[in-house]
Design a protein around this ligand. Structure first.
Ligand code: SF4
Length: 345
């Protein structure tokens, strides 16, 4: 039983069944998350974790992903890490420098490849290989944090926006998020953790029902079904109005704005009519619209020109009565930007 695959609350129940109290669980998580100790022998020696518990957690050291490559963008300091799983599959993680000096957010992958087929995305072209287990998501975070700390910086946030559709790996993603947030483990503030989805309505509703405190980001792609189906094939299953309705239910239940991510593509979805359609779709739903310029490694889709983007922003200001933010998608020169992760390069 890998404690990185179990929610802290479940780990406490599991330990209680073995006559160990919550203090022991806190010591165990602290050894793993604060000091990076993955060996049962050292848990017993350094943290006074009872031998029977340590050995029933893990008779041998917990596994790690193999760090297989790291590249830093000379342009903006984004850093991409490439890991390999035990069976040799590649996945990628991105370190995002934040505005606050020395602060870094980690962009985590939740699957190897992706089945959603977004036509502008390199991960989609890998197809889907498999879900990552919670420990593989957590180990991305731990290894990224080790690198960041060695550079004298600190990790203050995590976003599930790397390879894969997080809500298709719901349980492992939520387990990983709970571990990241736990004060005994990752100690990342819930509001600094974002889970992104391309718009799976049943999972958005499940997430709302379960009352999670992490930020929710929903990728729209376009404001009409006709355009959205071209960019985000999963749109054939849920009309965009249903996706925004689910986002609205979440925003109202949580009393927090949902982020609607809008990938801007020159000549495709940044016209006056697109802004008007987006405004009608959103209405008074409490959202923040993040504009992200497309990075398509095939060159099929191009980002809008500066004039096109400014005109779109002006149109959105007229048609959408909610905050509009231009989000920087960095690391383009090292294939670390949104939509470019493919486990190569
Ligand atoms: S944009 Fe996200 S959901 Fe769409 S194919 Fe790429 S990784 Fe999957």
């Amino acid at each position: 039983m890998d404690p990185r695959n179990v929610r802290p609350s479940e780990l406490e129940v599991w330990a209680a069944e073995r006559d160990c109290d919550a203090t022991v669980v806190r010591k165990l998580l602290s050894a793993i998350f604060r000091r990076g100790v993955l060996e049962p022998g050292r848990w017993m020696a350094e943290s006074q974790i009872p031998k029977r518990l340590a050995l029933s957690v893990a008779p041998s050291p917990l596994p790690r992903l193999t760090l297989d490559g790291s590249v830093v963008s000379p342009k903006d300091g984004f850093q991409k890490l490439r890991f390999r799983t035990g069976e040799g599959l590649a996945l990628e993680t991105v370190l995002i420098p934040l505005h606050k000096e020395g602060a870094v957010s980690v962009c985590l992958s939740s699957q190897i490849g992706c089945a959603m087929g977004c036509t502008f995305c390199a991960t989609a072209r890998m197809a889907i290989r498999r879900n990552l287990q919670a420990w593989e998501i957590i180990d991305q975070f731990l290894q990224a944090r080790e690198l960041v700390q060695a550079q004298g910086r600190r990790v203050t946030g995590a976003v599930f926006m790397g390879m894969g559709e997080p809500f298709l790996n719901y349980d492992h993603v939520l387990t990983a998020a709970d571990l990241l947030r736990s004060s005994s483990a990752g100690s990342v503030a819930a509001k600094a953790i974002t889970i992104s989805t391309v718009g799976l309505v049943p999972e958005i509703d499940r997430y709302t029902r379960e009352g999670h405190r992490y930020r929710l980001a929903v990728s729209l792609g376009a404001a009409t079904d006709a355009k959205r189906k071209e960019l985000v094939p999963v749109a054939s299953r849920w009309p965009v109005a249903e996706v925004v309705a689910a986002a609205r239910r979440h925003a109202l239940a949580r009393r927090a704005r949902v982020t609607l991510a809008y990938v801007c593509i020159g000549g495709v979805n940044v016209g006056e009519e697109d802004a008007r359609a987006l405004g009608e779709l959103i209405g008074d739903t409490p959202v923040r619209v993040d504009l992200i310029e497309v990075t398509d490694t095939t060159g099929r889709y191009l980002p809008p020109t500066a004039e096109e983007l400014q005109a779109f922003r002006d149109a959105l200001t007229r048609h959408v009565g909610q905050p509009i933010v231009r989000r920087y998608s960095g690391g383009k020169d090292i294939q670390a930007a949104c939509g470019t992760l493919a486990g190569v390069g």
